[in-house]
Design a protein. Sequence first.
Length: 551
Amino acid sequence: MIDNNSIEQLKQSLDIVDIVGNYVELKKNGSNFKGLCPFHDEKTPSFIVSPSKQLYKCFGCGAGGDAIKFVMEFEKLSYPEAIEKLASQYNFTLRYTKGAHNQSGERRILETIAGWYRANLEREEKAKEYLAKRGVSLASIEKFGLGYAPSSEETLNFLQRSMIPLQKAEEVGVVGSERGRYYARLIERIIFPIFSPSGMPVGFGGRTVTNHPAKYINSPQTKLFNKSRLLYGYHLAKDQIYRKKRVIVVEGYMDVIMLHQAGFQTAVATLGTALTSDHLPLLKKGEPEVIVAYDGDSAGEQAAMKAAQLLSLHGFGGGVVLFGGGMDPADMVNTGNADEVEALFSSPIPFAKFVIERIVSSKPKTPKGREEAYIAVKGFLKNLSSFLQEEYAPYAASLLNVSSARLIQKEQKGPLNSGRDSILTLSDIAEKSIIKTLIETPSLVDMVLDVMDSSMFLKHKDAFEAVVKGEESSEALQIELDDSIQIYSEEELKKQLIYFLRKYYQRALDNIKKYDKLPIEKKIFYIRKYRDYINRLKEGELVPYESHSTL
């Protein structure tokens, strides 16, 4: 963590007028400054910045706070990210608490090597010819910081001249080592620097110019670089994403660059991986609609299918665009078809519709094939919201030639299950909190499994099982992303488990009393056992699961 005294010293060195002035045009207004609020649309300025109080306030939408809060809100950054961004801008050295990792050294190494890569591109004709052929302008080269990595020997020599220890360069993924010998990971490649959402360098991608079998490669996983959670170009696209409420997800670096060049400045790309649940928190920022724009070949269609399933199940708006004729977005922009690209982006196939169509079309037109399609579509619809189920069931039914009612199973409501519904409502919150806590703190899993198992869950059994096994689960991800669900400390979790288990055993006790078919001896045995568990739990004791595993 960043040392609190260090944060206070940074705050004292900041000038809120200077910081806000980088984002908003401010005009002197008495002892304060005034401008148009960047957080809502307005024609008459109601946004005030006070240099004496070092605060900002909008009297139109209510936004307000200090310089750090402004950067957090405008840049959509976390508190630590905003602090580190401001510290970097003002050349302020932050101090970190004992045990915390200061990443400023690694970032300086990445910035140094990135600058060297950029300078190399000026001298590398083959790389410049390739970029010119693909239609990349000089402005785009500068905007995205493109560069060139020469031979391994030249890279190692540069690092030594720059007094960068090779061990440190290896930690950030610039070099690798084998049997004690170091080598550059990126050789004879056009370089695409990769940044965090806050604009900090974290790694590199490289495109061969020597027909190497691996056309594109990325930096390896490091403390700073996790390609499964990053989107190329996001740091440049995020402002437009928040304003236009649209993000275009494409497959490659060149697609992003050429789309930005043509005015589609909300384009981003995954880093050589499929779109996964790890990308969803970043895509949710600003709540934009998501356009998945992939090549129309078999690989692109399969990737689009997986992305559409993932995004539809997590409630994203938007849809899929597939580019045909062997063209990708970069090719279409380069050949002057930007208007056609805009038309495609304006009318994507909605995610759920795309999934349903692909499921049906992928099955043979035989009775058995129709049955498989029916089962698959019904299973897909079941995981959508009730509104989307009703929205897409008629369309799916028309493709399958069945009635809509067969695709949606309505829940029975009435006096017989009203009591259970209330139990589920109360239990739902407890179950979700336990699951989210285990996702956040996996070290607590053993403690939980000592006193309970998934059979005690009324609603989220599958998500609990996935979390304790360390497996991926779309339901568990939804719980993790739900900000309304509380994360417990270890002590709070113990209290919650006691409450949860008391409710569980009380229900078990009530049920056993009503169960007439059980022999009286066993019935008395279970009643005594459950009462014993409840009494021990009331006294604050967590009953080991082994003690009741045979019941």
